[in-house]
Write a protein of this length. Structure first.
Length: 170
């Protein structure tokens, strides 16, 4: 388990670096308070609208995963196995917090995986793993209110989605 946690930390760091790389490639917003050259209109439009969590299509189109697909899949498998072990052992300290963390990282890796092939079914399966993993993380974040049945159901749905994709692409 220590090896999986170490590798999981490395994969988490890589996922964060990918996000930083993606964010760095986005166009920079204009300063929020530029020096006015003309008097301000009576009803000015907002100069700095709230940022969106979804990068613009141009950023998504230019994003390219930097890891080999096999390494990405192995990272996903490490986090999935950690989720599996945590679902089996309810006595683990901070179990739900760890479940949420592994599910979040699995979701991000699956998100990156949506960029690995231009096949619609592949992108759909990767997107489903991402979305199911986010649901699993959200359920684990409920702490004492988390449903064990729901956590296990989401784990099975993730497994079934992965199996369908691997049946088609392995």
């Amino acid at each position: 388990m220590k090896k999986a946690v170490l590798i999981g930390g490395i994969v988490t760091t890589l996922a964060c670096l990918v996000w930083v790389q993606r964010a760095a490639s986005l166009p920079q917003a204009a300063p929020s308070n530029p020096a006015p050259s003309n008097p301000a209109p009576t009803n000015p439009a907002p100069t700095n609208p709230a940022p969106s969590q979804t990068p613009p299509a141009s950023a998504a189109a230019s994003f390219k995963p930097v890891s080999e697909l096999e390494h990405l899949m192995e990272g996903q498998e490490l986090h999935f196995k950690a989720i599996d072990e945590l679902l089996k052992d309810t006595a683990v300290k901070d179990r739900l917090k760890k479940l949420a963390m592994h599910a979040d990282v699995l979701a991000e890796l699956a998100n990156v995986n949506t960029f690995n092939k231009d096949k619609t079914d592949y992108k759909t399966w990767a997107g489903q793993v991402r979305d199911l993993s986010l649901k699993l993380a959200a359920e684990a974040d409920k702490k004492a209110g988390a449903s064990e049945e729901e956590l296990k159901s989401l784990r099975k749905q993730i497994s079934d989605t992965c199996a369908a994709c691997h049946d088609a692409y392995d």
